[in-house]
Design a protein around this ligand. Structure first.
Ligand SMILES: Nc1ncnc2c1ncn2[C@@H]1O[C@H](COP(=O)(O)OP(=O)(O)OP(=O)(O)O)[C@@H](O)[C@H]1O
Ligand SMILES: [Zn+2]
Length: 371
């Protein structure tokens, strides 16, 4: 049987132009390479799974490529590139500071830095999760960072920039990576689905992208998970079932019921949702997101912020026309109160039910206040 390689590894970009959603970073790095203006230390910051390590590896490969392309991309064919692509290159050293954070670990690295690379021009040292280094390890490293030998380049990566000492920050060129936008994630998943022979509904991929919340690695792992559950036919229904995501339809229906003040029907629908095994707390945060999206859908200038598929967007635009902004604000207030109390409450279900009643009362109370 063929070994299964997880998609996040299988589809790790091998060149700058296949990195999604980090265009300003990849083009700056390429320009630096073209203009031969390499810094000796870089700091890549940003959320997890957005391409920091990937870009660090591409950068290391590119500056060692023996046949650099005119657009500052690696050739991916020379000996050096091949060694990089198969993980055999001696010009790249990766240290995961999360699990190797002692002074000894750093000393080992510092000793290595002095050695000239046997092949290629540069030795690149990638230190992942650099904020995890102990204070003494940081200090041991600082000297090397101050006066690195000409052949050494450091790429430090972190998800927590605020934990990096100013002495380190001031010695690095800093790049802030973005979370990846939902539509970009969907496009990427589409291409991968096609390569894997998976038929996927756009709505299904949208659910995956939403769940990944800007991290491409998460998007790819969730994709693998749902493919192993649903097979090669990814429908919206199967994906929401597998990921335990509540169908948008429920949020739209509940909002209509709140607006019409229909308490009994709201309770029945809530009961149906609970019987599906859905978490009441998640329903409340889902409602919060829904009303936020409705608010966004109300204004022409903000509509583009909606990260949903075209058909769902239509529904948002339609529902947004049926409610006032004031109704949305009031609903958001009620939901926020519930979220604050929810964790502390023992009777969680009751807490949510009372919230649903309050949501159903918004319009009635308004009418009374006006009368
Ligand atoms: N911008 C991106 N474009 C395409 N694929 C990406 C991107 N970011 C991440 N990936 C996918 O996710 C995997 C993991 O990404 P990577 O290790 O570069 O993330 P990271 O930002 O370094 O995360 P961490 O901080 O958790 O180490 C890659 O192998 C790749 O498949
Ligand atoms: Zn090459």
């Amino acid at each position: 049987m063929e070994n299964f390689i997880v998609s996040a590894r299988k589809y790790r970009p091998a060149s700058f132009d296949t990195v999604i959603g980090q265009h300003s970073i990849t083009s700056t790095l390429r320009n630096a390479i073209l203009n031969k203006q390499l810094a000796q230390a870089y700091l890549f910051c940003g959320p997890r799974g957005v391409g920091k390590t990937t870009c660090a590896r591409i950068f290391a490969k590119t500056i060692n490529c023996m046949n650099l392309q005119p657009n500052a991309e690696p050739c991916n064919e020379c000996e050096s590139c091949k060694a990089f692509n198969s993980g055999r290159s001696l010009n790249i050293h990766e240290l995961d500071a999360a699990s190797n954070n002692s002074v000894d670990d750093i000393r080992g690295l510092v000793d290595q830095v002095r050695i000239l690379p046997q092949v290629g021009k540069y030795s690149v040292y990638i230190i992942d999760e650099v904020h995890m280094l102990s204070a003494s390890a940081f200090n041991a490293f600082l000297k090397t960072l101050e006066e690195p030998p000409a052949h050494a380049i450091f790429i430090l990566a972190t998800t927590e920039k605020h934990k990096i000492l100013p002495t380190i920050l001031s010695r690095c060129q800093i790049y802030d990576f973005n979370r990846i936008k939902v539509p970009d994630t969907i496009e990427h998943l589409k291409r991968i689905a096609a390569k894997e022979g998976v038929q996927a509904e756009e709505e299904a991929l949208n659910v995956i992208a939403q769940k990944a919340d800007g991290a491409m690695r998460d998007a790819l792992s969730i994709f693998d998970q749902v493919v192993s559950f649903c097979g090669k036919d990814l429908t919206y229904d199967k994906v929401i079932e597998n990921l335990n995501v509540l169908d948008y339809d429920y949020y739209f229906k509940l909002t209509d019921l709140f607006h019409d003040g229909k308490v009994a029907e709201t309770f029945l629908l809530f009961n149906e949702i609970m019987e599906k095994g859905f978490d009441a707390g998640n329903l409340v945060s889902g409602l919060g997101r829904h009303f936020r999206d409705l608010l966004v859908a109300k204004e022409e200038v903000t509509v583009q912020l909606l990260e949903v598929s075209a058909s769902i967007k239509e529904r948002y635009l339609k529902q947004a026309k049926t409610v006032t902004s004031e109704f949305i604000f009031d609903a958001l207030k009620v939901i926020e109160q519930c979220e604050m109390q929810y964790k502390m409450r023992v009777e969680k279900r009751l807490c949510v039910e009372l919230t649903l009643i309050k949501l159903c009362q918004i319009n009635e109370l308004k009418k009374k206040a006006l009368a």
